[in-house]
Structures are given as structure tokens and as C-alpha cells.
Design a protein. Structure first.
Ligand SMILES: C[S@@+](CC[C@H](N)C(=O)[O-])C[C@H]1O[C@@H](n2cnc3c(N)ncnc32)[C@H](O)[C@@H]1O
Length: 305
């Protein structure tokens, strides 16, 4: 696919990087009569990141409702919406209270007539170490479709290697034959992928970007080549990059021009084949025990100091 980047939505652009509010972009797409096969996003969590104005939780919910309603308005009849969220945390120390944003937002989608297909748990290894509660190491992706059995779902492109491919059926007409699928197994609704922290090859200056592989799996499963993928909060363009790599068109908005410039640079690297990225389905690294950092410090060994 050619890389044609436009600052406004046009059907000719393969990538739209819109500088401004997400509702303005969603409105442009609606006015052009275009339909998204997939809306995938990680919205602000209202936790006071550098790119967000912290508001009351009620106002935050109202703004999310407006975004979700506009996304449903541009969704194709067979399309999907994937909303990737974590927790909004109020207070500090022992006063901290966690609000799971997926539980808060689920009724909004439901009232708009959508059906939940999966609540995908994204598990990752790194984050803040908590003292007065368990450290948070997962976020979720709510995957919704319209109320139709005809939604797009392609399992084969996202199958993952089986643990025991040599297993054989032990009864029935297939007795003695391999019992799995030669293309691999269903990746399930629990995804272990490192989050994009300092040592991750995809790290940019954005404080909370998606890993490319996370969006890529959704794009492969929920769209076909040439389809339009929309991310109303596109940040440094991870959705645009994954869409481009997989021959899908994309449109995304962000209020921070600097992030969009990084997105443009990443797309150009993707075109040249030089984009640093972690391959989809690369297993999470498990220490062998020989690494220096995996050894028990001398100071912890009884009798040593
Ligand atoms: C969680 S980040 C998304 C990061 C993105 N998934 C990526 O991989 O780069 C949320 C983004 O929403 C943007 N944002 C905040 N308010 C916005 C608004 N009203 N319209 C569009 N973008 C907005 C922020 O600048 C931020 O980059």
C-alpha cells in the first residue's frame, strides 16, 4: 500500500493524522460517508498524564460517552470497537481507590446497542510497585460488535503456536491423528505482551503508547486488507503503523502536534522497513537464572553482608 499521509480525512489518503479534537475527525469521517471496520483506541485515563487535563470523574465519563457515540456512528455494519483501558486511581497511599474503567464504560456501549465479544486481559511485567495494594500488571480491551452474527472475525491469521502440537486424538473418528490445527491455536483472551517501557524497542517519548503487536493482532482478526481503522486518540500513531504494515487504511486524531510528528516519522520508517519493533507473538523473555540481575544478591544470603 502507498503511504499517503493527510492532515484531514479524505478517501484517497492511506493514513490520516488529524491535529485536533477526536470529535472533529470523527465528524469529518461521518460527513465523507466513510465507515470504519475497526475503531481501536486507548483513551486518556484521567490520571493527570502530561497530555490530559484532569477533570471530575463525571465529566470524564460524559466526554467518553460523546467519543463512543461518535465512533458507533461511523462503524461499518460488520465492524468492531476495541477500547483499551486500565484504572482511574483516586487518592494516595492507603486512601487509594481504583475505578476499573472498563466496568464504568461497558454500559455506555451496551446502551448504544453493541455486544461484547471478549474482555481481553492484557498482562505485562512492568509498572509501578505498590506498597499498600497489589501492583497493577494488567489492563483490558473491551471488544464490541454490532448486534449481528456477520461481524468480521478472522482467526487463522492470529493463531499462535500450540504447546503440544504432537498431541493426537485418543478416540472418535480422528483417533490417532493430530488433534490440533496445523496453523496453531486460538490466542485466547489473555495476552501477555510487554508494555512499552524504557527498554522496549518501540519506545518513543510518549508516556503510554500501545505495543504495535497488540493493535496488529486486533487488526488482523477484525479487518480485511483495504479496510479503514480509526483511532480517535492516536498518540504516536501505533494504530496507524500497525494498519500500514498490514495494508489497512487508518485515520487518527491527537491534540498534541508533537506526537503526530513522531507518528509520521514512525510511518516513514515502516515504509523503509527500518521501524524498530517487537515482532507479534515473540514469547515474553524468561530469565535463565544465569543473568547477573537474576542472581540472589550476596546481601540477602544468610551470614553474608
Ligand atoms: C493513552 S494515549 C494513546 C496512545 C496511543 N495508543 C499510542 O500508541 O501512541 C491518549 C492520547 O490521547 C490524546 N488526547 C487527549 N485528549 C484528546 C482529544 N480530545 N482528542 C484527541 N486526542 C486527545 C493525548 O494527547 C494522548 O496522546
Amino acid at each position: 500500500m502507498d503511504l499517503v499521509i493527510s492532515p484531514e480525512y479524505t478517501p484517497e489518503a492511506t493514513v490520516t493524522l488529524f491535529h485536533g479534537d477526536r470529535l472533529a475527525l470523527l465528524n469529518q469521517i461521518a460527513e465523507a460517508g466513510a465507515r470504519a471496520e475497526l475503531v481501536v483506541t486507548s483513551p486518556p485515563y484521567n490520571v493527570g498524564k502530561e497530555y490530559e487535563r484532569r477533570t471530575s470523574f463525571e465529566e470524564y465519563k460524559r466526554e467518553q460517552e460523546r467519543t463512543i457515540e461518535a465512533c458507533v456512528g461511523i462503524l461499518s455494519p460488520t465492524g468492531s470497537i476495541c477500547w483499551q483501558v486500565g484504572h482511574f486511581i483516586e487518592g494516595s497511599g492507603r486512601e487509594k481507590e481504583a475505578y476499573p474503567l472498563d466496568l464504568v464504560l461497558y454500559p455506555v456501549f451496551k446502551e448504544l446497542g453493541l455486544k461484547l465479544k471478549n474482555r481481553i486481559a492484557w498482562h505485562f511485567g512492568h509498572g509501578l510497585h505498590e506498597t499498600f495494594r497489589f501492583s497493577g500488571r494488567h489492563e483490558t480491551i473491551l471488544w464490541f460488535t454490532r448486534d449481528t452474527p456477520d461481524y468480521t472475525f478472522n482467526l487463522d491469521p492470529v493463531r499462535v503456536p500450540q504447546k503440544y502440537p504432537g498431541k493426537r486424538a485418543f478416540r472418535g473418528p480422528r483417533k490417532g491423528r493430530p488433534s490440533g490445527n496445523p496453523l496453531g491455536k486460538n490466542p485466547s483472551d489473555v495476552w501477555s505482551m510487554p508494555n512499552v517501557k524504557a527498554n522496549h524497542p518501540e519506545k518513543t517519548e510518549h508516556p503510554c503508547q500501545f505495543p504495535v503487536g497488540l493493535v496488529e493482532r486486533l487488526i488482523l482478526a477484525l479487518t480485511n486488507e483495504g479496510d479503514l481503522v480509526v483511532d480517535p486518540y492516536v498518540g504516536v500513531g501505533t494504530t496507524a503503523v500497525a494498519s500500514y504494515l498490514r495494508n489497512r487504511r487508518s485515520a487518527g486524531a491527537d491534540t498534541e502536534q508533537g506526537y503526530l510528528q513522531i507518528a509520521r516519522g514512525r510511518l516513514e520508517q515502516a515504509k523503509r522497513g527500518t521501524l524498530p519493533r517487537r515482532p507479534l507473538n515473540k514469547p515474553v523473555y524468561r530469565p535463565t537464572g544465569n543473568e547477573k540481575a537474576a542472581q540472589i544478591p550476596m546481601e540477602w544470603v544468610e551470614g553474608q553482608s
